[in-house]
Ligand binder design. Structure first.
Ligand SMILES: Cc1cc2nc3c(=O)[nH]c(=O)nc-3n(C[C@H](O)[C@H](O)[C@H](O)COP(=O)(O)OP(=O)(O)OC[C@H]3O[C@@H](n4cnc5c(N)ncnc54)[C@H](O)[C@@H]3O)c2cc1C
Length: 668
């Protein structure tokens, strides 16, 4: 008699990973009625935030609104666990304005676990998944590693470390920083997915065997210090400034619990000196590792080396929750050895006597370059195998959650024999991110940025529901109650916009006189409230102040009406810029151009353009790190150069006839 050590559990969908991508993916498929199992290494670390427990920020907040608009959960959880909320870029336009919430890390994780446990059709399993079960079309395809990325088989299930098999029609891998994970402090390392958690074994080899390309990236996190050992009184306080703001369009998750302030300190000459003296002891500068880390979350030593002329850098002290003294030292991640880290922290004003609870560390991990995926996030090689989150080369909870949702939606579509759902760049940051991931060879951790979108005036947080909730409803992810909330908002918004377009105030009205006095802008005869709102510096809150708008309207209606009315002109301009870029894609770029001379380009774009030297504007558009904003800047620069050349020629030559003049203006 043989003893079988295999389980024969069958599911529709298996999700590997209980991080931000895995949770969204599993909830999405379960809500669509599919039996789903989520496997994770440690059920007590569900949706863990190993870095800063903050959700949102520029472009990331738009992603969170989008996930919520489609029925995802990250926004609701952030809303219900926020300990500090701020509006970033408040004085700038709504395209770049962003909500950022510091959440209670442990509460966030606990609430996500409860949500998973109470979601029908969803089972949780604690285990390490080490292999994939595949039905291979032809075994010979496996041996040549199939560089063409064509389909070689379909998924059947997974195997765990202790030998159990589980079967499913779709498998979604969301393994985060755990595949081949190795953490580093100074020149010391140990295998781990993140501090205190084992690395995942087996899956990298399984993916390799199937011919997938796997590469390595790294990320890092700063030290945590004990709040009680910091002289907070001596530091600048940063209180919440957005208590009435939320990520979710569903008021049911809104919670305005007690808010906690953050504090600000700065690096000093002593900080910089200590780092310069010990740079060789860090894993990157000491040459112990060479994988790329996130460009937009540099370590403190990177900042000091790259911006050598800067005397000081701002450091934020952020609480990790209401019931913990742990403070996250934002902007201060380091690869210095543990023995130097306390000395380094104590160079910061207010932290002279601080107690370090956890040291800063870096983690190196395997990722699967997402050029091997379809827009549905299904792998090109294995039907039914999807990948999402940090595994695809992204960084951030929001990016992971959004991909988890997309993978979940498409796994369900596949199983239900329905067409995959593709998100376009025009309609969402989700689409922008996926398009960037699958079409560009990124080679460094990817995070969303507003500058990555050519449609950023359209892709705002306030209208994410108008862009995506109908799709969420169609997919069954938005229930009837949410749909009614959405319909009511639309109705209120349209009615308010209509009122603003039609209601006029006359120049002799006492309010008009008051507005003239306050703004020094005359009102001739009469003006509609919409045209008043279109004036620079005039906002919905001003109309409320002049009693021209009902203050009891929901914030979303007041602000939504303002943005729609104010930005209609800009939207047309944005579209014409996009059209112009498309028309100019074949335009050749000068061979000897030094991109460092074009200061309107981002630093990343200058670096990539100098390195790759694209032939045309179209080629430049394909490069990772070159955003639409950079392409616009390049186009403007070329136009200026072309005008300068024409001007110089005109100065040298006798006067041209008007037709000749037209033809020299060749950039059009
Ligand atoms: C040290 C550190 C620093 C970071 N710094 C930043 C930063 O500065 N900025 C930023 O935006 N983001 C940062 N991040 C990244 C952020 O944590 C991730 O982007 C985000 O958590 C990714 O979500 P995910 O769901 O893809 O993966 P994770 O949240 O990592 O979740 C992965 C899940 O998969 C499970 N798992 C893995 N392998 C297996 C397996 N074989 N079998 C079963 N379960 C498995 C794990 O148990 C875990 O639950 C940092 C992460 C770390 C670890």
């Amino acid at each position: 008699m043989s003893i079988l050590n295999t389980s024969n559990e069958n599911f529709d969908v298996i999700v590997v990973g209980g991080g931000h991508a895995g949770c969204e993916a599993a909830i999405t498929t379960a809500r669509q009625g599919l039996s789903t199992a989520l496997f994770t290494l440690n059920l007590d670390r569900i949706a863990w935030q190993p870095c800063n427990p903050a959700v949102g920020g520029p472009a990331k907040s738009q992603l969170v609104h989008e996930v919520d608009a489609l029925g995802g959960v990250i926004g609701k959880l952030a809303d219900s666990t926020a300990v500090q909320k701020r509006i970033l870029n408040a004085s700038r336009g709504p395209a770049v304005r962003a909500l950022r919430m510091q959440t209670d890390k442990r509460l966030y994780s606990r609430k996500m676990l409860e949500l998973l446990q109470n979601t029908p059709n969803l089972s949780l399993r604690e285990a390490m998944v080490t292999d994939l079960e595949i039905d291979v079309k032809s075994p010979s395809n496996l041996s040549n590693l199939n560089p063409e990325n064509t389909e070689i088989g379909c998924i059947r299930g997974i195997k765990t470390y202790f030998g159990s098999n589980y079967f499913a029609k779709a498998v979604i891998l969301t393994t985060g920083t755990f595949l081949g994970g190795k953490i580093w402090i100074g020149n010391q390392s140990m295998p781990a997915g993140r501090a205190g958690e084992q690395a995942a074994e087996g899956l990298t080899e399984a993916l390799h065997k199937l011919g997938f390309q796997i590469d390595r990236l790294k990320t890092g996190t700063p030290a945590r210090v004990d709040r009680r050992s910091i002289d907070l009184e001596s530091l600048e306080e940063q209180p919440s400034d957005a208590i009435d703001r939320f990520f979710s369009f569903d008021p049911d998750s809104w919670n305005c619990g007690e808010q906690i302030s953050c504090h600000i300190t700065r690096t000093t000459a002593a900080t910089h000196q200590l780092i310069k003296d010990n740079l060789h002891l860090t894993p990157i500068y000491g040459g112990f590792i060479n994988s790329k880390g996130p460009r937009y979350c540099p370590s403190i030593e990177d900042k000091i080396v790259r911006f050598a002329d800067k005397e000081s850098h701002q450091i934020f002290l952020e609480p990790e929750g209401r019931n913990t003294p742990e403070i996250y030292v934002q902007g201060f991640s380091t690869g210095l050895p543990e023995r130097l880290q306390l000395n380094l922290l104590q160079t910061l004003p207010g932290l002279q006597n601080c107690v370090m609870l956890r040291p800063a560390y870096a983690v190196e991990y395997d990722y699967l370059p997402a050029t091997q995926l379809l827009p549905s996030l299904q792998t090109k090689k294995i039907k039914g195998l999807f990948c999402a989150g940090q595994l695809n080369g992204t960084t951030g909870y929001e990016e992971a959650a959004a991909q988890g949702l997309v993978a979940g939606i498409n796994a369900a579509q596949l199983i239900n024999d329905k067409k995959e759902v593709e998100f376009s760049r025009e309609e969402s940051y989700i689409g922008t991110m996926i398009d960037d991931l699958i079409s560009k060879d990124l080679r460094e951790p990817y995070r969303v940025l507003t500058s990555r979108s050519e449609y950023r005036l359209v892709l705002r947080g306030d209208n994410a529901d108008r862009r995506l909730t109908p799709l969420g409803y169609e997919l069954g992810l938005i229930d009837k109650r949410r749909w009614e909330i959405y319909q009511a908002k639309l109705k209120a918004l349209e009615s308010e916009k209509n009122r603003l377009e039609h209601q006029r105030i006359k120049s002799n009205d006492p309010i008009a006189l008051e507005i003239e006095r306050d703004t020094c802008a005359p009102i001739k005869d009469s003006i509609t409230l919409a045209n008043l709102l279109r004036r620079p510096g005039m906002h919905a809150e001003d109309l409320v102040r002049y009693k021209l708008m009902d203050n009891s309207l929901p914030v979303a209606v007041k602000e939504g009406a303002e943005i729609d009315i104010k930005y209609s002109g800009y939207l047309k301009r944005q579209q014409s810029q996009i059209n112009q870029l498309k028309r100019q894609s074949k335009r050749l770029l000068p061979e000897k151009l030094n991109y460092n001379d074009i200061t309107t380009l981002s630093r990343e774009a200058r670096e990539k353009l100098n390195e790759c030297r694209p032939q045309s504007l179209g080629h430049a558009a394909q490069l990772p790190g070159v955003s639409q904003a950079d392409l616009n800047a390049l186009l403007v620069w070329l136009k200026i150069q072309s005008l300068k050349t024409v001007k110089n020629q005109n100065m040298k030559k006798p006067k041209l006839k008007s037709e000749d003049q037209m033809s020299t203006n060749s950039w059009r």
